[in-house]
Design a protein around this ligand. Structure first.
Ligand SMILES: *Cc1c(COP(=O)(O)O)cnc(C)c1O
Ligand SMILES: [Zn+2]
Length: 406
């Protein structure tokens, strides 16, 4: 199979600027920071143009030049990417925002945004010769890495809090992963995984402890720009847990500007968190560059229950650099937002997506979002992965029932 024309050049540390080769397995920088992939964008700018991309297959591999995988044979794909950017007409009218869109990631394999990171992360792990992957997860990432790992023929070990959504357990187990449950938080699972990595030399696929999950998540930003005709929206709103999504989308827009494919202002990034787990929001409000561990965190939006993110400083940088903001919403707002969005638009979003929807209402009301802003909210997953957020008790009919009007 042919080589891909990836422009990846090296890995670098955004904290201390150390450089690492991309040809070897790499995890954190010696200073403890996550590493990011750098591309030869000057060469890409000279050799590649947007028209080259236009006719390609509608999946995230259409941006292969800006992805780290070198050989096509290493691509592990379940058809991920190019999710729809849908107008939210009625909600926009209700809120008073003329251009309101949702990027619906619920349509991805495994039903969440985590498929992007898993597709690229697993492909690259395979290319680098990894045998056994291990990761702590709040559920969705574990499910995605278990299934992409199965497709790659890799052995996968997942450590998950016992109260993570049950469906994600099944996905891991159907996929043949070794699944372990913990009576604790993702941070507790992370400590167990770190000990296992130290003891066994397994490939550490923890959030931001390998540099390629971000590259997969970056593609959502590339898609948004392409779907808007290589334009930037004014505002991008993302439910923020580990922060990989925001870091990735921000990276996408920076790379596109460097390529000269988009111009003008950066979108203003909004990190949305849950009231009972809002370390990034707290740090932002205090003007800090790093967050503090959030004790006793809890929320129905399980994917954003991350009390302390390794990449917090990168998320905060994206917010400060773009004139963005951070918002916390309550679980009540999340649950009612989920129903409102579904009833208005027919879109059954996950609670994390609903959190963003609720936050959009708040930011419009207080004037932070302006009437003429174009706003893209990310729905990170499908509501059907969370069957127990609300329970309904519809009435039963006898078999001979006659329905009355209305
Ligand atoms: C993981 C997850 C998030 C948070 O994503 P990060 O990129 O880690 O901030 C949001 N929503 C869902 C559904 C998730 O699974
Ligand atoms: Zn460093």
């Amino acid at each position: 199979m042919p080589d891909l024309k990836s422009y990846i050049d090296h890995l670098y540390c955004p904290k201390c600027n150390s450089i690492y080769p991309h040809e070897a397995v790499a995890h954190l920088c010696e200073c403890g920071s996550p590493l990011l992939a750098a591309y030869d964008l000057a060469r890409a700018k000279a050799e590649l143009n947007k028209a080259d991309i236009a006719g390609r297959k509608e999946d995230l591999w259409r941006y292969g030049e800006l992805l780290p995988v070198l050989k096509e044979e290493n691509i592990v794909s379940l058809g991920e990417g190019f999710t729809p950017l849908l107008p939210l007409q009625r909600s926009g009218e209700q809120l008073g925002v003329a251009k309101f869109f949702v990027k619906d990631e619920g349509l991805l394999p495994t039903g969440t945004f985590k498929a992007r990171g898993a597709a690229v992360g697993v492909s690259k792990a395979k290319e680098l010769g990894a045998g056994t992957l291990i990761m702590p997860t709040n559920g969705n990432a574990g499910a995605a890495w278990a299934l992409y790992g199965a497709r790659a023929g890799l052995s996968v070990k997942i450590v998950m809090p016992e109260d993570a959504p049950k469906i994600t357990r099944s996905e891991c187990l159907y996929g043949g992963a070794d699944l372990y449950l913990v009576k604790g938080l993702i941070s507790d699972c992370g400590k167990i995984a770190a000990r296992a990595v130290a003891g066994h030399g397994w490939y550490d696929a923890s959030t931001l402890k390998e540099p390629y999950r971000i590259e997969g998540k970056k593609t959502i930003g590339l898609e948004i720009a392409e779907q808007l005709g290589w334009n930037t929206p004014d505002v991008i709103m993302y439910p923020t847990g580990g922060g990989v999504g925001i870091i990735g989308i921000y990276k996408a827009f920076r790379e596109l500007r460097e390529l000269g494919w988009i111009a003008g202002e950066m979108p203003r990034f909004v990190a949305v968190q849950a009231q009972n787990c809002a370390p990034i929001v707290k740090a932002f409000n205090e003007g800090k560059n790093v967050s503090e561990f959030w004790p006793d965190s809890s929320t129905v939006a399980f994917g954003i229950n991350v009390p302390k993110a390794l990449g917090d400083f990168l998320v905060l940088e994206a917010l400060y650099e773009t004139g963005g903001t951070a918002v916390a919403v309550s679980d009540d707002e999340i649950v009612s937002g989920q129903s409102e969005l579904c009833a208005r638009e027919g879109l059954f979003a996950c609670p994390e997506g609903a959190a963003v929807y609720a936050a959009a209402g708040r930011l419009r009301k207080d004037g932070w979002i302006r009437e003429d802003d174009s706003v893209v909210m990310i729905n990170t997953g499908a509501g059907i992965k969370y069957p127990d957020v609300r329970s309904f008790t519809p009435p039963y009919l006898p078999l001979d029932a006659e329905l009355q009007t209305p």
